[in-house]
Design a protein around this ligand. Structure first.
Ligand SMILES: [Zn+2]
Length: 251
């Protein structure tokens, strides 16, 4: 039990360290896409020094304020590091100590970049989708028995969503979302990627209705974060969910 907790904590700490480059990537893409929320400090726009990059101690020491001008710092930096840590911990707990878990951790970090950038700009950076596609190809090579299902996943979800994108002229789904799910087809295989898409749509619809009520959010829905949540759940528990559902049908 203690070793289990230690493993979880270790994965969390490593994940928080990896959160630093994740934050830098989010800032880079937000700045490139002309979004104002890229900076650590919205007031003076000063970038933190390298030793201030680690947000958790920085936030505790400076009480969440910018060291240069004293304005409130962007909370995203702290949130991303904590999330990246927590999610790495969950990946290792759910998937065990395994090379695949390392790839899932990298996938999770890409999900965080995609979610924060898409939420603010309604665009998914192409390099993130290419990165996920690369992870998918690596997984194909590592496990040749699953290669058919992975390629089928890429083709089925890619073709279906591209048709939806073309027919609706981008109103029903964005081009970035299509590429994201096609890449996820390679990572998850055909069954789990379909489930990931459906889960993402359900979670997205529910969250969006709540957010529109609570904060009067705009009607435009960034799908990326929800597709990432669906994909994350299916990467870790997709097989269990599908088996449970099939068990219900057989009974
Ligand atoms: Zn400042």
């Amino acid at each position: 039990m203690i070793t289990l907790a230690l493993k979880f904590l270790l994965a969390c700490v490593v994940g928080m360290m990896f959160g630093i480059p994740v934050n830098m990537l989010i800032s880079l893409f937000l700045k490139k896409l002309g979004n104002e929320k890229y900076a650590y400090c919205g007031a003076c726009k000063k970038e933190p020094k390298w030793y201030e990059r680690c947000s958790v101690p920085s936030f505790l020491l400076l009480k969440g304020r910018c060291r240069s001008c004293g304005a409130k710092a962007n909370k995203r930096f702290l949130l991303v590091e904590l999330l990246n840590g927590l999610l790495y911990g969950i990946v290792f707990m759910a998937n065990g100590i395994h090379v695949q878990s390392l790839l899932f951790c990298l996938m999770t970090s890409a999900f965080l970049v995609i979610s924060f950038v898409d939420e603010n700009t309604l665009e998914i950076p192409m390099p993130c989708n290419l990165f996920l596609g690369g992870i998918g190809i690596l997984m194909c090579v590592m496990d040749l028995t699953s290669i058919k299902s992975r390629i089928l996943g890429f083709l089925i979800i890619g073709a279906a969503l591209y048709t939806l994108y073309a027919l609706s002229k981008g109103a029903a789904i964005g081009g970035g979302d299509v590429k994201l799910m096609a890449a996820m087809g390679l990572i998850l295989g055909w069954k789990k990627v379909i489930l990931a898409f459906l889960l993402g749509c359900v979670i997205g619809s529910v969250c969006h209705v709540i957010r529109m009520r609570v904060s009067k959010a705009e009607r435009v829905l960034a799908m990326g974060p929800y597709l990432c949540i669906g994909s994350f759940l299916c990467a870790l528990w997709g097989d269990a969910m599908i088996n449970w559902y099939l068990g219900l049908l057989v009974r």
